[in-house]
Design a protein around this ligand. Structure first.
Ligand code: 4NP
Length: 162
């Protein structure tokens, strides 16, 4: 049995962007029949929403695309930098926080911005935080996550012979 590749998506609250990224990636992995080979999870750098389900606006927007969201918010911990092969930040503030939290150079090397896996995204672009926004912020997040998930899967396939 080959070890699965492990990916953790990180945002601030772990109720909007990172659970959306996780759900979008999971749907892609199901389509590609890779769920046994790639494990995914999500977490937040902040602790305000720990234990809560995803934001209902995010859940509703995902459902309209046939994407099911789930899980409960948790905060990122030092062990995550050992357990996961990819530690993926939604925005540059998350990335800075993760680089500060990573307990080793090997852990820091696992940190990357999600959109940097999307070949058509500008360098170091962010997944914008929809929490306080109006309108279609959650749709934008889904569009971004779908494109970046495809790029991330390409990277995983190339680097892990899947
Ligand atoms: P997320 O969105 O980081 O995408 O989960 C947020 C959720 C909550 C807060 C900020 C962003 N908050 O300040 O409570």
């Amino acid at each position: 049995m080959v070890m699965p590749v492990r990916v953790c998506f990180i945002c601030l609250g772990n109720i909007c962007r990172s659970p959306t990224a996780e759900a979008t990636m999971r749907r892609l992995l199901e389509k590609e029949q890779l769920t046994a080979h790639i494990e995914i999870d999500s977490a937040g750098t902040g602790d305000w929403h720990v234990g809560e389900p995803p934001d209902r606006r995010a859940t509703a927007a995902a459902k309209r695309r046939g994407i099911e969201m789930g899980g409960r918010a948790r905060r990122v911990v030092a062990k995550d930098f050992e357990r996961f092969d990819y530690v993926i930040a939604m925005d540059r503030a998350n990335r800075s926080d993760l680089l500060r939290l990573a307990p080793s150079p090997a852990g820091k090397a696992k940190v990357e911005l999600f959109r940097n896996y999307d070949p058509v995204s500008p360098r170091d672009a962010e997944v914008p935080d929809p929490y306080y926004g109006q309108g279609d912020g959650f749709e934008t997040v889904l569009d971004i996550c779908e494109a970046a998930s495809r790029g991330l899967l390409r990277d995983i396939r190339d680097n892990h012979s899947l």
